[in-house]
Design a protein around this ligand. Structure first.
Ligand code: ADP
Ligand code: MG
Length: 724
């Protein structure tokens, strides 16, 4: 049997695969949100008064009374049963990046042995999973395990269809019996409330009279790779770690820049159509899709929504993506760096705050220099990123994202803010105490009569910035593709709340000291720029000059690994930030530190074990078999006096020995488990285990370039990236 059998079988299977049937796309109107119990379906099913109460809860977070909850539960049950649902589940968002669900039937039996469907407000409101079996950072033990889930009425319930039937899914929060948040939703809701409270203060000081509840919005662009499942199944690293731990570069990679926005391969188009139809049914407004930079890489971006709903939808989108990919014979890779040497995948979190009365407060309009509310909110963000840059780095820290952030790839691990020319000038003018009118982008005129002229944007795009202003929102570009968007949203909302409180206090004292409103705004913004203006940067974020300057001249932090980043959660200023704003208690915050540290350590440990295993049981045997074949030929040629050059054999032997020596070192390193803190264990993972994995890989990848193709067991980069 030749070593490449699994590869050949995979290619054969792909050549003979039959495309999944999806049929013509249905009209948007006929499928849009048909599986969602949203306000529109509630209006149909609920009495006027119950509907009014629900609407108020959804839109302003007002509490819902028990009687109304009962009415809503009944209506929700009837709606779901009409659609063939037998089970319901609270879906919640533990401190992993995944979701969790426990399914219960509507069924109850009565004394006559008959089964009836029952679902009460009580069941809707509260569920009771075990709190100790999810990551909880010492908040729960197996002997003190009680946890609760509770319905979040502000995120709509929906029906999830699988081959095994349909389930009513009820978005929920998850807490311990002692009331601590064990999930990612509670902090997000709290951060929104904190932001609203502080924003109300500022807007009131600005003379606004009618101020609706403020909410944050999020539109997340999701990058991902698709690999044929026949290849993925032949690669234990892709299956267990979500990325390739070995693999020599393909001769053709992304050097031609021909994949970005290129024509989408037919099979992928069919997948996308199916995927998006399912998203529409679930009320997820998928809007944009295209090829990304690397071969086999794609992006999907839904239209933005209220942050809490967007966060739930983002999780659901990842789940539906994986399920649909499988149906089409693909594996969807959400890992931040599945293939070395190619672009990694991120999730750009577009974020703004606003309400129904003042609109989007991050929209500058045409004359930002006159839009005082905008200047205050934008200034608040600048201050937040400057003060809490290390926190923003910590909330996106993971073993996988370190391959993007710490490496020489986009975006850099230094948190700076890009404003664009026009706005940067406004803020610099404020700093100089000399605010002048700005110039807009002007008309774009190509001198071609058939092309209509249009207004040019006032600022360019800067793809090297981790945190960029993009017209009416900020785009946090450094978030990892597999991460929940909640952590970043919590950090952004909370730092904004803190900055707005700071601004409100300053404004208040200036105004009560007799300053007029405009002067008070300029006064506070000048102070803000003096202290925090250093974080604004419009140049090339990848350049080595910036790395040097950011740290030495600007005093910004370059935080390359998760081991360096996570301790920000323990920083007194961060502990204070979260407790002052009521978003996380010190105990809750510490539990996050513990959970994320452990996840980092465990991910690297799993990968390291896989490296040892694959090098020993798959790469070593292939290389040795091939070596024995060429050694035989060398001996035969020598006996005939032909004298074949033995250098390939020597190189092979050197790399085989080198690889196995590294494997020895790595195995020994994995066995060490005695650390005095999470931090020292994380540093060990970053500085000892990771480099040994890289060392092993370097030998293995060289072997891939030496061993005859027919002996090589693992699907190669060229195959996984280009055969579809
Ligand atoms: P690009 O790739 O140019 O950054 P996309 O159109 O792919 O832009 O994605 C932009 C994302 O930003 C979309 O999800 C969009 O809905 C979202 N977005 C647009 N305006 C806002 C806003 N005011 N607040 C939050 N998100 C927004
Ligand atoms: Mg973008």
């Amino acid at each position: 049997m030749s070593g490449n059998e699994s590869r050949l079988q995979a290619i054969h299977a792909i050549n003979n695969s039959v495309a999944a049937e999806v049929g013509m796309p249905e009209s948007l109107q006929s499928i849009w949100a048909c599986d969602v119990f949203n306000l529109a379906s509630m209006e149909e099913k609920l009495s006027k008064s119950a509907f009014k109460a629900m609407k108020k809860t959804v839109q302003t977070g007002a509490p819902l009374d028990a009687a109304t909850a009962d009415v809503v539960a009944m209506a929700m049950k009837d709606w779901a049963i009409e659609k063939g649902v037998k089970f319901f589940s609270h879906i919640f968002y533990p401190m992993t990046n995944a979701t969790a669900e426990k399914h219960d039937g509507f069924i109850v039996t009565n004394f006559d042995g008959n089964a009836i469907n029952e679902f009460s407000g009580k069941l809707l409101i509260k569920g009771e999973p075990d709190g100790s079996s999810f990551p909880n950072g010492s908040l729960r033990m197996t002997n003190a395990a009680r946890g609760y889930t509770a319905w979040d009425p502000s995120s709509p319930a929906y029906i999830m269809h699988t081959a095994n039937g349909a389930t009513l899914m009820i978005p929920s929060v998850f807490m311990s019996w002692t009331g601590e948040a064990l999930d990612k939703k509670i902090p997000l809701l709290r951060s929104n409330a904190a932001m609203n409270k502080a924003a109300q203060k500022v807007l009131t000081l600005m003379g606004e009279k009618n101020i609706a509840t403020l909410n944050s919005s999020c539109g997340a662009e999701q990058e991902y790779f698709l690999v044929d499942e026949n290849f993925a199944n032949a690669r234990p690293d892709l299956i267990l770690a979500g990325r390739t731990l070995f693999g020599a570069p393909s001769a053709k990679g992304q050097q031609f820049d021909d994949h970005y926005f290129g024509a989408i391969p037919a099979r992928v188009q069919v997948f996308m159509q199916d995927f998006e139809d399912q998203l529409y049914r679930l009320g997820i407004p998928a809007k944009t899709h295209h090829n990304e930079v690397a071969p086999g890489q794609f992006e999907i971006a839904p239209y933005y929504e209220a942050a809490n709903v967007a966060a739930d939808h983002q999780q659901l989108l990842m789940t539906v993506m994986k399920m649909t990919a499988k149906k089409h014979g693909f594996v969807a890779l959400l890992h931040e760096k599945p293939f070395a040497g190619l672009n990694g995948s991120g999730k750009h979190v577009n974020w703004s705050v606003g309400n129904a009365t003042q609109g989007n407060l991050l929209d500058p309009g045409n004359t930002p220099e006159e839009n005082l509310n905008f200047l205050l909110f934008c200034g608040a963000v600048i201050r937040g990123v400057h003060l809490y840059g290390p926190l923003l780095r910590a909330v996106i820290a993971s073993a996988a994202n370190d391959h993007r952030l710490g490496a020489n790839e986009a975006p850099p691990a230094i948190l700076s803010v890009y404003l664009g020319d026009q706005l940067e000038k406004v803020f610099l003018d404020i700093k100089e105490g000399n605010l002048k009118p700005t110039v807009s982008g002007g008309d774009m005129d190509l001198g071609l009569s058939q092309i209509l002229s249009f207004q040019r944007d006032p600022g360019d795009r800067n793809r090297t910035s981790p945190f960029a202003f993009t017209g009416n929102r900020f785009e946090f570009r450094a978030v990892g593709s597999s991460q929940s968007v909640s952590g970043p949203l919590v950090a952004m909302n909370t730092m904004l709340a803190d900055s707005l409180e700071w601004i409100a206090a300053k404004l208040e004292s200036s105004i009560s000291g007799g300053m007029d409103q405009t002067a008070a705004v300029i006064h506070v913004l000048k102070a803000l720029m003096d202290e925090h203006g250093n974080v604004i940067f419009g140049g090339d974020g990848y350049s080595s000059e910036w790395h040097e300057k950011a740290v030495n001249e600007r005093g910004l932090k370059n935080i390359p690994t998760t081991a360096d980043a996570l301790p920000a959660f323990l920083d007194p200023s961060v502990v204070e930030l979260f407790s002052n704003t009521g978003v996380l208690t010190p105990v809750e915050l510490k539990s996050r530190y513990e959970v994320y540290s452990e996840q980092y350590i465990l991910s690297i440990e799993v990968e390291a074990k896989l490296v040892v295993d694959m090098a020993t049981t798959s790469i070593y045997p292939a290389a040795v078999s091939y070596l024995s074949v060429i050694t035989e030929s060398l001996n035969a040629s020598a006996s005939l006096g032909l004298g074949l050059d033995a250098s390939v054999a020597t190189k092979l032997a050197d790399n085989i020995n080198g690889m196995m020596a590294s494997v020895e070192k790595l195995s020994a390193a994995i066995a060490v488990h005695d650390f005095d803190s999470e931090k020292s264990h994380m540093e060990y993972s970053a500085k000892t285990i990771r480099p040994l994995m890289d060392e092993t890989r370097a030998f293995a990848d060289t072997l891939e370039t030496l061993v005859a193709d027919k002996f090589w067991p693992l699907p190669k980069y060229s195959e996984m990236l280009f055969i579809k």
